[in-house]
Design a protein around this ligand. Structure first.
Ligand code: 6PG
Length: 256
């Protein structure tokens, strides 16, 4: 399902509503809510919405567990850290018990960090399937998502739930893998801005080239795939696609 919002502010508000709704279902059904946050710029406003009323008071933070879809192997205070961004815009502002925040620690070797994260996920999910209730993902202009970048070996990972990826000597990362992501109950891509219009069209309407456009690897086996996009990012999508599976969400968010 593709939801088209008039602008990024409305998209961010919609994503916060999705978070609250999914948290409510999960806590009611299973007594806990597990979510994997994305890095990048797009989700920041969503995190800010969640950190303030009304959304802040609508989430059972004491039953919430926060994970990450990926992390850069940098010190926790490094501006490139995804966990730092989420901490600043959300986690420091809500009553989430610290032991329920599960960052990817990868200042040491990415490979060990990936194994540690998989161990953490295995202990969290126990014997059950590793089914995160919600995963937020972004979309890079090259078609990457999380840290699943084009033509990287990690794209072929069929077993592991977390893996290392080396973009350059200075850019080492750990990412959740498609086998893990595709077990989620809801995967929500947040895509905003005109610069994403070409890649969004390619990913959604182009021929399948998942190793060139890794976002095409994301199709939950039994969960729901949700695209929250703004009008600018959706500007190149065809009418046929929009008719087939989208809804235009028209609510406006009054800037406070
Ligand atoms: C990261 C994200 C990455 C991001 C995309 C889109 O670590 O940066 O995991 O996959 O979601 O690059 O980023 P923007 O939201 O900044 O466009």
């Amino acid at each position: 399902m593709i939801q088209i919002y008039p602008n990024q502010e409305a998209l961010s508000f919609g994503a916060a509503r999705l978070f609250v709704r999914q948290a409510g279902h999960a806590c009611k059904d299973r007594g806990r809510f597990s979510v994997a946050l994305s890095g990048g710029r797009t989700p920041q406003r969503t995190y800010e919405f969640l950190a303030q009323p009304p959304f802040r008071d609508q989430v059972a933070w004491s039953q919430t567990h926060v994970f990450w879809g990926d992390e850069r192997c940098v010190p926790p205070e490094d501006p490139r850290s995804n966990a730092r961004m989420a901490r600043l815009h959300l986690l420091e502002k809500v009553p989430l018990p610290p032991h329920q925040i599960h960052p990817i620690f990868c200042a040491q070797s990415p490979k060990e960090a990936a194994q540690d994260y998989e161990d953490l996920l295995r202990s969290f999910f126990g014997e059950g399937p590793p089914r995160l209730d919600l995963i937020f993902l972004g979309l890079g202009e090259d078609g990457h998502t999380a840290s699943l970048f084009p033509q990287r070996p990690v794209l072929k990972e069929g077993e592991r739930w977390a893996a290392e990826t080396y973009l350059s000597q200075q850019d080492l990362r750990v990412t959740l893998t498609p086998p893990l992501i595709n077990q989620a109950a809801v995967v929500a891509f947040l895509v905003a801005g005109a610069t994403k219009a070409p890649i969004l069209k390619e990913v959604l309407e182009g021929p399948p080239h998942p190793h060139r456009y890794p976002a095409q690897l994301i199709h939950p086996s039994s969960g729901r795939l949700q695209w929250l996009v703004d009008k600018e990012a959706a500007s190149q999508l065809s009418r046929a696609l929009l008719r087939a599976g989208s809804e235009t969400v028209v609510f406006q968010v009054e800037r406070k």
